[in-house]
Design a protein around this ligand. Sequence first.
Ligand code: THU
Length: 136
Amino acid sequence: MIPDDTRAALRAAARAASAHAYCPYSKFRVGAAVLAGSGKVYSGCNVENASFGLTICAERSALAAAISAGETELAAVAIYTPTGMPTAPCGACRQALNEFGPGMACECTCDGPASIDTTLDILLPSSFGPRNLPAM
Ligand code: THU
């Protein structure tokens, strides 16, 4: 169970990160923040590229920040978009997040009243992950 104040801090970090989004092509700002096993929060934004396929989603930016800092587990992810409806993580990000926290909480917020409050295992059922590679 993640305390309400921690969840609020995670949402705030995601929102703050969206201000740094580099999205000249889509103009779609995304901010994400992950709560790591240590209790620390790491954030990231989407980083687009003129070679469109190289775009990095906000969720994977935040994930990379956490793992680069030495974290090994993620307990929650928050995603914020300055839109009327919340945005859930794309399929690629669901898979990337699954590596470090298959049961993580996932909260998606926006500028409207709607939000998505779920878990990664609901977003990515029957997932493939490290547990499927026991010999590794
Ligand atoms: N985007 C994210 O950052 N996260 C997602 O889960 C979905 C999409 C970004 C990628 C691209 O910069 C823009 O949103 C439009 O697809």
